[in-house]
Structure formats: structure tokens, C-alpha cells
Write a protein that binds this ligand. Structure first.
Ligand code: SDX
Length: 428
């Protein structure tokens, strides 16, 4: 049997054989389907791109039914257990695990780019004392484009890698600055004796002590969280990164746009929304009432549901295990009981079962961040730091993909037909 799809247009009786590749048809092959020759031709209509592939990609593989997530073919469970975030960043960007030499060089080059221009501090000071850290982070990442004008040379692979290393290195520095701004504390410089995640904790929490020694269990937990959040194929923010990148904007401007997409409570802003939801519920005894509100459609169960996973998000499983390790150090977060009761009821209730709603990556992560002393408004920033690697890997792949063009979807026009202008004095 040929790999083709035969379509009959019953309006004309004509049939069309469309080639099938990778279990998809090319949307452009629909354009030949017309009722009359002057027609524009048929398009596909897919709000939210629920069933539209926008690209070929070799970076991340997800099987939503089986709850599978792999970076460059490696199962997320093995990477979380055996790797660390900087090694995973190398893997996502280069496609292979690094040799010992490549890994040391990679760590060294990231370590040597953690500082930001002193003017960034002045820019940070312009924000209100209570500015949301994610708004500060997005604005400051965009401002980096003004310090590196050569980043506009997006078609040069070597130049892209220079900017990629800078952004991976500076993402946590800027994040720590936003936190220190919120607290009214002085900014901490990076400590290049520390690992990527340990250095981030040092920039966040060092006060007057000459050397900040983060607890190894918290460093490991943060590494696991960063690995789990690093990439997730063509999610909303990665698609934004690719769309902005497709106009050949520099990666700093594109990444600020991607982070803006992540900020939404339906996406990466969900981890903040989960903590606010748990705080509002306040006590395990109030869980049934909240579940009822969700089933009445009044509110969504934040941290539940996923466009792709129709099974338990594999990342949520690992985060839940990591939470126990963190709580051994920080003390148990009392809101965990509320989260566990929400999960217990939701996994048994037909409303959630029928809709295949399971805990996603955002359901438990905030409990860990809060236990580590982070304010809830920092949670989206905690998502953006590791996802910087995924956005850059997706962007880098996009810029090298000769099949790609500037992103410019079509529409179904539902507005007024042609009509003549009416001078204001003649309007009703
Ligand atoms: C992330 O795409 C990614 O990969 C994202 C991410 C990544 O790593 O990049 O995984 C990170 O964004 C995780 C998702 C975090 N968001 C939340 O936790 C917010 C709560 N969840 C949702 O709003 C929702 O589940 C989405 C946005 C995640 C998915 O939305 P979809 O796929 O468009 O599903 P939908 O809105 O069409 O919902 C289908 C049905 C609807 O019910 P009906 O109208 O059919 O009766 O399920 C219901 C929805 O009302 N539903 C929920 C729900 N999520 C979906 N009902 C209650 N609570 C929810 N959380």
C-alpha cells in the first residue's frame, strides 16, 4: 500500500493523493484542493496547534501516553540520577554526552561568563522595590542584547555558541540579582569555586560570611530540578523562541520572549499558582471543597493536566521523591499534606480520570523551592534558569534547519466585508 492519503472533495467529486511522511501530511499539499481555480486553496485549522507539527527536532522525545521523557535518547530518570545540570546542558546542545575533557572545558567556559556588565545592576535598581522577579528577569535578559550587538549574526554557528554559553552562564546571576533586589540585599558576585547550582545558591543566600557553603543535599536537589526543567520539546515557550528566532532576531531578544510565554500561569507560571492555591486551601480539611470548585469549572487545579502527558508526568514523580530528600534537610513543608490529599482525591475522581489529568512538573516543585527559602514569586524564575538551555537548544537547531522559514500562520477571516469610510460627523 502506498504512503499516501486519498482525499475526496465531495463539493467537486475530485480526489487527491497526498504523500504521507513521518505519519504527517504537509499542510501545503492541501492548497491544491479548490472549488474554483481562483480559490486560495484549502488550509488546516488548528487553534493552539493541538495537532500540528511545526518542526523536525532531535532534541527531546516525549511519549504522553506512556509518560516517557528522553533528552537526546537518554531517559530523564537516568539523567536525574547519574548526571548533573551542566552535563545535561552540554548533551541537549551538542547531541552527545561529553568526554571528560569536553565536560571540564564546558564547565570552565560557563564558569568564566557568570559575571554581568555593571550597568545591569543600575538597570536592576530602576525596578520598584516589589517588582515581580520574573518581570525583572525577562527585561534584563532582553537588555543583554544591547551589550552584545554581534549576537545579531544569528546565521553563524560559532557566534551562536558564544551567545549560548553567555546566556547559560548569566541566567542564574540575573536571577539571583532579582531576588537580592526583592530582599533589599547587596548583590553577590559569582563564586567560581562552586558548581553551577551551588554558585546560584551562593549568589542567592550569601550574607556577610566570606564563603557560602550550600548544603550538598540542596545542591543535588537543585541539580535534579534543573535537569527536569531543562527542555520539553515544542511547548508554548519553546515555540515562541523558535517563532521569534525565525525572524533572525538575536537570541537574547528571542529568549526574553520565550520567558514571557513561560511566565503565564498555564505554563511555567503554574508553579507559583500551585503554591498560591495550596495557601488558599490552607488545610487538608478544605481540599474536598476546592476539588468541588474545580469540578464546577470555577477554578483549575493548578499543577494538574498537560497537553501531551495523559499519564503521570515522569518529572513530577522524580520531583516528589526529591522533595522527601530536601525536607530531611529543611524540615517538612506542611503544605505537602494538602498537595498529597489533592493528588489522592484527583487520581480517584472521574472528573480528572476522564480528562486524564495528572500532576505535572509544576505540582510539587514549588514545595521544594519554598522549603529552600525561596519566595513564591521566584518560582517562575527557577523554571526559566534551566529552561534557558532548552530554549537555546531549540533555537540553535531552528537556525540550522534549512527547511525553516519565518513563522507566519494564516487565519480564517471573520470580520466585516468591504465598506466605505464614514466621516465622524456622519456617524450615528
Ligand atoms: C507546563 O507543554 C509543555 O510541555 C509545558 C511544560 C513544559 O515543561 O514546558 O510541561 C510545563 O506548562 C506544565 C503545565 C502547567 N500548567 C498548569 O498546571 C495549569 C493547569 N493546567 C491546565 O490549564 C491545562 O491542563 C494545560 C494548559 C496544561 C493543558 O491544557 P490543554 O491541553 O489545552 O487542555 P484543555 O485546557 O483543553 O483541557 C482539557 C479539559 C478541559 O475540560 P472540558 O472543557 O473538556 O470539560 O481538561 C480540563 C479542561 O477544563 N482541564 C482541567 C485542567 N486542565 C485541563 N480542569 C481542571 N484543572 C486543570 N488543571
Amino acid at each position: 500500500m502506498p504512503d499516501t492519503l486519498t482525499i475526496t472533495d465531495n463539493r467537486t467529486g475530485k480526489t487527491y493523493d497526498l504523500p504521507i511522511t513521518d505519519d504527517t501530511i504537509r499542510a501545503m499539499d492541501l492548497r491544491q484542493i479548490k472549488v474554483s481555480p481562483e480559490d486560495f486553496g484549502m488550509m488546516s485549522f488548528d487553534p493552539g496547534y493541538v495537532n500540528t507539527a511545526s518542526t523536525r527536532s532531535a532534541i527531546t522525545y516525549i511519549d504522553g501516553k506512556k509518560g516517557i521523557l528522553r533528552y537526546r535518547g537518554y531517559p530523564i530518570e537516568q539523567l536525574a540520577q547519574q548526571s548533573d545540570f551542566i552535563e545535561v546542558a552540554y548533551l541537549l546542545l551538542h547531541g552527545e554526552l561529553p568526554t571528560a575533557t569536553q565536560l571540564e572545558d564546558w564547565r570552565e567556559t560557563i564558569r568564566n561568563h557568570t559575571l554581568v556588565h555593571e550597568n545591569i545592576k543600575k538597570q536592576m535598581e530602576a525596578f520598584r522595590y516589589d517588582a515581580h522577579p520574573m518581570g525583572m528577569w525577562i527585561s534584563t535578559v532582553a537588555a543583554l542584547s544591547t551589550f552584545y550587538p554581534e549576537a545579531k549574526n544569528v546565521r553563524d554557528a560559532d557566534n551562536r555558541m558564544v551567545q549560548i554559553r553567555r546566556l547559560i552562564a548569566k541566567a542564574p546571576t540575573i536571577a539571583a540579582f532579582t531576588y537580592r533586589h526583592l530582599q533589599g540585599y547587596p548583590y553577590n558576585s559569582p563564586d567560581n569555586d562552586l558548581s553551577y547550582t551551588a554558585n546560584f545558591l551562593s549568589m542567592m543566600f550569601r550574607m556577610t560570611e566570606p564563603k557560602y557553603e550550600p548544603h550538598p543535599a540542596l545542591v543535588k536537589a537543585l541539580d535534579v530540578l534543573f535537569i527536569l526543567h531543562a527542555d520539553h520539546e515544542q511547548n508554548c515557550s519553546a515555540s515562541a523562541m523558535r517563532a521569534i528566532g525565525s525572524s533572525e532576531a538575536d537570541c537574547y531578544s528571542a529568549l526574553a520572549g520565550a520567558a514571557a510565554a513561560l511566565y503565564g500561569p498555564l505554563h511555567g507560571g503554574a508553579n507559583e499558582a500551585v503554591l498560591r492555591m495550596l495557601t488558599e486551601i490552607g488545610d487538608v480539611k478544605n481540599v474536598p471543597a476546592h476539588i468541588e470548585r474545580v469540578k464546577q469549572g470555577e477554578v483549575r487545579l493548578m499543577g494538574f493536566g498537560h497537553r501531551v502527558y495523559k499519564n503521570y508526568d515522569p518529572r513530577a514523580k522524580i520531583i516528589k521523591q526529591t522533595a522527601d530528600e530536601v525536607f530531611e534537610v529543611t524540615g517538612r513543608n506542611p503544605m505537602l499534606d494538602i498537595a498529597l490529599e489533592l493528588e489522592r482525591i484527583a487520581l480517584e475522581d472521574d472528573y480528572f480520570v476522564e480528562r486524564k489529568l495528572y500532576p505535572n512538573v509544576d505540582f510539587y516543585s514549588g514545595l521544594i523551592y519554598e522549603a529552600m527559602g525561596l519566595s513564591v514569586r521566584m518560582f517562575p524564575v527557577m523554571f526559566a534558569i534551566p529552561r534557558t538551555v532548552g530554549w537555546l537548544a531549540q533555537w540553535n537547531e531552528h537556525m540550522a534547519d534549512e527547511a525553516q522559514r519565518i513563522a507566519r500562520p494564516r487565519q480564517i477571516y471573520t470580520g466585516a466585508g468591504e465598506r466605505d469610510y464614514i466621516p465622524v460627523e456622519n456617524r450615528g
